[in-house]
Design a protein around this ligand. Structure first.
Ligand SMILES: NC(=O)N[C@@H](CC(=O)O)C(=O)O
Ligand SMILES: [Zn+2]
Ligand SMILES: [Zn+2]
Length: 366
């Protein structure tokens, strides 16, 4: 079937005054502030896709069962490092999955030892493997207060899960009814709004101070909801939060390319076996680790903002997390269309690489 996407791409008008005329770009090595590596054969297959270009990543804890305690996180970190191919370097920045039984003392000890860099909040039922997430926020109050005290960020999947709220409104409603009250009742809590997908998400992030950041994915800069639905359902464009209307994609592009310190890259690269996505009940997640840097360079160039790419991929994230930026660099060169594998083999299954449905011209010479 024709993928039916070509006609959907908006015409690009570069902001001419900001366009750099160049065919070579050297950036501090990027980091990924929101990544799913999974476990076992999948971990082994996808880790090199990230480690090839990225130095560090915030590792999402939504395994089955989830990474809940510091013991779980230390063991998962060891499995990630063991899966790293010889000759590659990569630093996993671990997180704990917040449950209503999370022990504030365990969180504080894991932070003090340097093992974890954040705690992840999934509202129960909001997304893939979130069944152990939080239902009653009063039950996590002591953990949140401890985190505010020690300066440990809370990464938030920001969607309500109530069935009467339309799926396209779930992020905006979460901001008003959950996130804003939560921040007001926990002064000093540092929060990262993960994978924002709406104009409201951008505006709320901009309304905060140094205690509020937001990650933006690669795919939400490229697709809107038409790409998922027009001309046939495209399961590989389905993720959560689901892509919204074009006005929201444009707000995300404006935020990512602005250079503002509060916005940084979190790819949310989320591999699933093809048969789990190409199903009558396909699961949520786009796998972008392989071609993210080429896509981002194309996007930033289209917006005349190549000079802001390094801030988004390599500077703003470390600054928010209080870590040094990487000292080594990657270089991208512009040329004929870049090729990359359409699928990654995991041994047990195949994972489809996100298709930006546009030619990419920036190659990473890692
Ligand atoms: N983004 C997704 O659509 N899926 C993620 C979970 C998440 O980040 O919400 C996954 O783990 O597959
Ligand atoms: Zn999420
Ligand atoms: Zn995610």
């Amino acid at each position: 079937m024709d993928k039916g996407t070509e006609c959907l791409w908006p015409r690009v008008t570069p902001r001419a005054n900001r366009t750099i005329m160049t065919d070579m770009l050297t950036l501090r090595r990027p980091d990924d502030w929101h990544l799913h590596l999974r476990d076992g054969a999948m971990l082994k297959a996808v880790l090199p896709e990230t480690a090839r270009h990225f130095s560090r990543a915030i590792i999402m804890p939504n395994l089955v069962p989830p990474v809940v305690t510091s013991t779980d996180a230390a063991a998962y970190r060891d499995r990630i490092l063991a899966a790293l191919p010889d000759g590659m370097t990569f630093e996993p920045l671990m997180t704990l999955y917040l449950t209503e039984n999370t022990d504030p003392k365990d969180v504080a000890a894991a932070h003090a030892s340097g093992l974890i860099k954040a705690v992840k909040l999934y509202p129960a039922g909001a997304t893939t493997n979130s069944a152990s997430g939080v239902t009653n926020f009063e039950n996590v109050r002591a953990v949140l207060e401890k985190m505010a005290e020690i300066g440990l960020p809370l990464c938030v999947h920001g969607e309500v899960t109530t069935h009467d709220v339309d799926i396209f409104d779930r992020e905006a409603v979460f901001i008003d009814t959950v996130l804003d009250p939560l921040r007001k009742s926990t002064p000093g809590l540092r929060v990262v709004m993960e994978h924002i997908t709406t104009r409201q998400g951008v505006e709320y992030a901009r309304s905060g101070g140094d205690d509020l950041g937001a990650t933006i994915t690669t795919h939400h800069l490229v697709i809107n909801r038409n790409h998922i639905l027009v001309g046939g359902i495209k399961p590989h464009y389905y993720c959560l939060p689901v892509a919204k209307r074009e006005e929201h994609r444009l707000a995300l592009r404006d935020a990512a390319t602005s250079g503002e310190g509060r916005f940084f890259l979190g790819t949310d690269s989320a591999p699933h076996p093809d048969d789990a996505k190409e199903s009558a009940c396909g699961c949520a997640g786009c796998f972008t680790a392989t071609n993210t840097m080429s896509i981002l360079a194309e996007v930033f160039e289209q917006d005349g903002a190549l000079d802001k790419l390094e801030a988004f991929t390599s500077l703003n994230g470390p600054a928010f997390y209080g870590l040094p930026a990487n000292t080594d660099t990657i270089t991208l060169t512009k040329g004929d269309a870049v090729t990359y594998p359409e699928k990654i083999q995991t041994g047990e299954a195949e994972v489809t690489v996100f298709d930006p449905a546009m030619p990419l011209h920036w190659r990473v010479n890692a």
